[in-house]
Design a binder for this molecule. Sequence first.
Ligand code: GRF
Length: 205
Amino acid sequence: MLEIVVCVSGGGTNLQAILDGIHKGTIANTKIKAVISNNKNAYALQRARENAIEEICISPRDFENRESFNKSFCETMRQLKPDLIVLAGFLVNIPKEMVEDFRGRIINIHPSLIPSFCGVGYYGLKVHEAALARGVKVSGATVHFVDEGTDTGPILLQKAVEVGEAVTPEALQRKIMEEAEWVILPQAIDEIAKGKILIGDNREE
Ligand code: GRF
């Protein structure tokens, strides 16, 4: 059984895609141990509640400084001992200590075809605003391993999406979520659960 912790900050539609995949059996042999959010109002936490999954809210705002937040966040994750950490719209930087503790065991979904429109400052609608401003005809989503950088870890899966009629950032975001994010994030977890994608420090890069 692959035990995962999902980190969220917003609506949780990617979390919902994982929940649906587990319920439908399109994600094999996987259990969500807990959902962690930095935002106590995140609807994603409601989705966890509806599925009787432990919900943990931990925010940098509740700590004197980032160092004490990082320490607490890392300690919480160590106690949960997940096989895999899934960042699904998580807007908090992952502490370097956590990257080290879970090297090759943290994946993230980014709403563009990395290396386009990624890195510091590229999150949420900003990604799609930049893509439309550049006039791309195709965008998409990427699942990648998390390392010490921002959106810089090895790429696992990508899925392209035609921009087509999606001429506003909101429309493009929705199209990429529906056609790409909600497909490749569950797919990545399923392939990890089946051993088709190796995780951990000893995986082939
Ligand atoms: C998604 O667009 C994802 O690509 C980005 O943040 C958003 C999360 O949406 N990282 P949700 O919370 O999963 O609905």
